[in-house]
Structure formats: C-alpha cells, structure tokens
Design a protein around this ligand. Sequence first.
Ligand SMILES: NC(=O)c1ccc[n+]([C@@H]2O[C@H](COP(=O)([O-])OP(=O)(O)OC[C@H]3O[C@@H](n4cnc5c(N)ncnc54)[C@H](OP(=O)(O)O)[C@@H]3O)[C@@H](O)[C@H]2O)c1
Length: 422
Amino acid sequence: MADTVRLGLMGLGTVGSGLVELVNRNAAAIEQKSGVRLEIAKALVKTPGKPRPLPPERLCYDPAELVEDPEVDLVVEVIGGIEPAKSLMLRALEAGKDVVTANKAVLARHGAEIFTAAARAGRQVGFEASVCGGIPIVRAISSGLIANDIDEFVGILNGTSNYVLTRMYKDKLPYPEAVRLAQEKGLAEADPSFDVGGLDAAHKLIVLTELTFQVKATVDEIELEGIEQIEPVDIEIADQFGFVIKPLAVARRQGELLDLRVHPALVPFEHPLGAVSDEFNAVLVKGDAIGEMIFLGKGAGSLPTASAVLSDIVEIARNSGNGVMWNPLASRRLAHVEATSRYYLRLPIYDRPGLIGKIGTALGDEGISVTHVQARVAGRADEGQMMIITHPTAESVVNRALERIHAACALRGAPVTLRIVD
Ligand SMILES: NC(=O)c1ccc[n+]([C@@H]2O[C@H](COP(=O)([O-])OP(=O)(O)OC[C@H]3O[C@@H](n4cnc5c(N)ncnc54)[C@H](OP(=O)(O)O)[C@@H]3O)[C@@H](O)[C@H]2O)c1
C-alpha cells in the first residue's frame, strides 16, 4: 500500500510549475519505484488571473489557508527571496509539516533558525534544489560521501556567469553582449547583478560549506568578486597561456582554517572544470577515501530544479530524509586562511619609456617572480596593456606590489587581478 504525500506548493513560477509537470509525468513511476504516492493538494500564488498548471479550485492566495491546511502533509517553498518565504516555512514547520525548499538565500542567511525550528517540531527540511539545481550534490556530500574527510571543494555554482564567460570565450562577444544573450535565453534576470556579481554563488557556497565542514559562514566572510571586470583581452590572453576563465566558488580547509572564495579564475585547459561550459554547473570534491570526484549537470531550470525538489519529497516520505538535514548544533566557526595561488595581472599602461622596468622592479621588491609577460600598446599610447602571470604568491603580497606599481608609475585605470586555480 503506497503512502500518499499531499503537497502544498508555495509558488507556482518556474520551479513550482516544473514540479507540477514532473508529478503529472512521473508520479506513477515514482510510486512504483518508491512506494510513495504524490498528490498536489493546493498551491499558493500571488497574482490572480495568470495561466496556471492547476485548476482554480486548487489555488489559494492566503498563506494561512495553505500552511494550516490539515490536508497538506508537506510544504514546498518555491517563492524565493527572504520574506515572506522564511516566515511561511517557519509557520509550516510549527503547523507540523515537513518542508522542502529551493531557496539558498534563506538558508544562507537564516538556515540555523529554520533547522532549529524543524528540530523543535520534529519535522524535516529538504534543500537539495538550493545548490546546483538538478545535481544531487547535497545528498552526495551529506550521505554518499559521508565516510570521507573532505578538505576541499571547488565548483561552478552559477550557470548564468558560466554562460556569459563561455559566450565571451567561444563567440568572442564583449561582456555586455554576452549578458544580453543570456537574458534573451532566459538564463539571466533583467537585473543580472545577483548572478554575475557572485552573491548567488556565495549563498550556495555557504550552504555547501555548512554541510561539508559544519562551519557557519556569512556572506561578509567570503571573498567575493563578480565577473563584470573581465574583458575580451583577458579571455584571449588566458587562452594563449593555456587557460580558460571560469566563475569559481572555492572552499578549502587547512587545519582549523578555512578559505572561502567566489571569483572568476584562470583554470588550465586540462583541469576538470575547464571543460564545463555554457550554463552547466559542476562541483569537484576532494575526499580522503574517494580522491577527486566531479558532479556535473544542469544547475537551474524548471525541470532540473523540480527533479531535485521531488527527490527530497520522496526521501522525506520514505523517512530517510535525515541525510539531507543540517545539524545546527554541530555548526562551528573557523578562522580564515589567506589563499596563495598563481596570479594573472592586467595593468592598463601608457606607452612610456622605462615603465615596464618600473613594474618589474615593484614586483621584484615584493619577492614576486613571474612566468609570463606580455605587453601591448596597439599603436596608441593610451591603449596599452601589460599582462603578467606570477609564481604562487599570497594575495596580500600582490596587493602590496600593486601599491608599489601605483606609486612608481601612473596607470590608465584599475588593474585586473585574477587567481589561477591549478
Ligand atoms: N528558476 C530556477 O531555475 C531555480 C533554480 C534553483 C533554485 N531556484 C529557487 O527556487 C525558488 C523559486 O524560483 P522561481 O524561479 O520558480 O521563481 P518565480 O518563477 O519567480 O516564481 C515565484 C512564485 O512564487 C509566487 N510568489 C511570489 N511572492 C509571493 C507571495 N508573497 N505570496 C504568494 N506567492 C508568491 C509567485 O506568484 P505569481 O505566479 O502569482 O507571481 C510565483 O508563482 C527561488 O528560491 C530560487 O532561488 C530557482
């Protein structure tokens, strides 16, 4: 006899509608495989009169009607944003319902409050869809790889940024055109800053960090850089030197220190993340038992994200969802470690005698040695660029060298500094 789970959806947008489609399409097969029968009892929406994938009698506009409905066993939060999503999740838990959410913003900022409320209510919270959409990375880290001591993971957690950089690389588009193309394809919002500025990836990094290291981090503790400063010349020079530029999120533990970063970086062609293109996401995990393992797939979109939501629903219904829960009591804080890496520097220079020597001296005075140098003046004194690749060095040392360069010679604009992730 199948267990029936009656779902209350909060939100019927991209993910909510995908969930309805997937339940309609695959509910019978899911029941056969898992013994869980799925029923969509009700959906909460905001705007009356929009076309919906559910009949009008199953829609509601008052949150209380959904979270307090005794006919709803499990609430799926796919509204997005902080409020009212957070308060509604808390109300649903208090009302004795399990919750599944795709909302990394709420989890990154208020995860402890949500999971404490769930523990108090004896309910479960599933959040597989909050990181990398359809890729089951949350379950892999919290369950499949539980036997491993994981020291490091590095991922491409934002599909929009990866798509923009891919178009700049493959189609030689300048940044604004690549962003426009992403918007036309529905891969970027009208205001893309949340994605291209790195905040979306930072939220996902916080969720994965807590899961992997039981360490609580905040956005302020993450070194955050977007992809907005990347120009075609950076992509071209990186390519000449054997690299491709990727939007990375990095978490690396060194003893009791943790290095958390979101930034674009040069990645060697042969690196497993170097070939992850377009809107795809990937996470490379390093565990002491498994070595390196890579997870790759669609990190967003209606059906891939709904697939992750549905997997949480089935796990919770089978009462085996504990594997995807945080233990807020186990969460600790770690001090931050400064990262050392090779660096790519682009200095906008004037075509002036002695300038290259002064830059070389400034780098040398900070003990930075370089492996590649290229200077271009393109026939015009006001369009020069100097590109440098360094040996491994600490970020603070690079910053001091840049101060010396500023003091020694005038630059045309701000230098671009990108890490190399080997
Ligand atoms: N889209 C993706 O590919 C993706 C991937 C991974 C994770 N996520 C996460 O999934 C969540 C949902 O994203 P989405 O793209 O599906 O969003 P969306 O398309 O904007 O849909 C949001 C839905 O929530 C409803 N809603 C918004 N505010 C409401 C309120 N105050 N009361 C009641 N209903 C309200 C909207 O109602 P109306 O229809 O009436 O406007 C809409 O149906 C977000 O947390 C997002 O980060 C999305």
